[in-house]
Design a protein around this ligand. Structure first.
Ligand code: 13P
Length: 251
């Protein structure tokens, strides 16, 4: 599965773009879709409110749609939440789960991440499980331990559907939105470690994406590594020129 015949370029627009900005950017990307190499699997993760119209535009040009977060209940008195089922109905193929901004800004625990992951699988969506160590954990030589705890909590004893890809995003917390990207050699080492652990827990070879201050200038340095299957990009994916320059770097 992670044979690198496909390069994953996933764009997490976070809360950077409002409704109009999201639609304008989606239309602009769609207009340039012919320049996207066939080896690229592209998915866009817009805000929940912009997701439906953005998905309509992207669907016609073969770009997938993803949710930034889901709630694990299907329906109910859960004010302010949006379920995996609802995202599925709106046209999503993927859903992020355990993004570091969810874990750290919104205090999501490993067990909540697991419940969300299971809800995503139940709805036939493909989860993108995000893991990453903090600056403090890295400084204290606890990087491997921190990642292993997150990976184990996500995959221990899970029944993975045969028809579903297993995608993990390695996103060191200190590299997200800081401009301090992880050294690509170190990212490759972490991807090897995650791959080994996921295979030990599930028997499945994962697709692993790197995320954290990816830009047009550094993306190729990541993609040339054997265990980096693609990138999950925040800030640099919210501007047409930088996103299309990231796409161009694949060639
Ligand atoms: P940046 O690319 O802005 O550092 O964000 C990375 C990220 O969190 C993607 O999910």
């Amino acid at each position: 599965m992670s044979d690198k015949s496909k390069i994953y370029l996933f764009a997490n627009w976070k809360m950077y773009l409002d409704y109009d900005e999201s639609n304008i950017l989606a239309n602009a990307i769609a207009a340039q879709a012919k320049s996207i190499p066939t080896s690229v699997k592209m998915a866009i993760f817009p805000s929940a409110l912009a997701l439906y119209p953005v998905g309509q535009v992207l669907h016609d040009v073969g770009i997938s749609l993803g949710a930034q977060n889901v709630y694990w209940q299907d329906k109910g008195g859960d004010t302010g939440e949006v379920s995996a089922r609802m995202y599925k109905e709106a046209g999503c193929k993927y859903a992020l789960v355990g993004h570091s901004e969810r874990r750290h800004l919104f205090h999501e625990s490993n067990s909540e991440v697991r419940k969300k992951l299971e809800a995503i699988l139940d709805e036939h969506l493909t989860p993108v499980i995000c893991v990453g160590e903090t600056e403090k954990e890295r400084a204290e030589n606890k990087t491997e331990e921190a990642i292993e705890i997150q990976v184990r909590a996500a995959f221990h004893n899970i029944v993975w559907p045969k028809d579903r890809e297993l995608i993990v995003a390695y996103e060191p917390v200190w590299a997200i939105g800081t401009g301090k990207n992880c050294d690509p050699i170190e990212a490759e080492r972490m991807h090897q470690l995650i791959k080994k652990q996921v295979i030990a827990l599930t028997g499945i070879t994962p697709v692993i994406l790197y995320g954290g201050s990816v830009k047009p200038e550094n993306v190729a340095e990541y993609l040339k590594n054997p265990n980096i299957n693609g990138v999950l990009v925040g800030n640099a994916s919210t501007n047409l020129e930088s996103w299309m320059n990231i796409v161009a770097a694949v060639r």
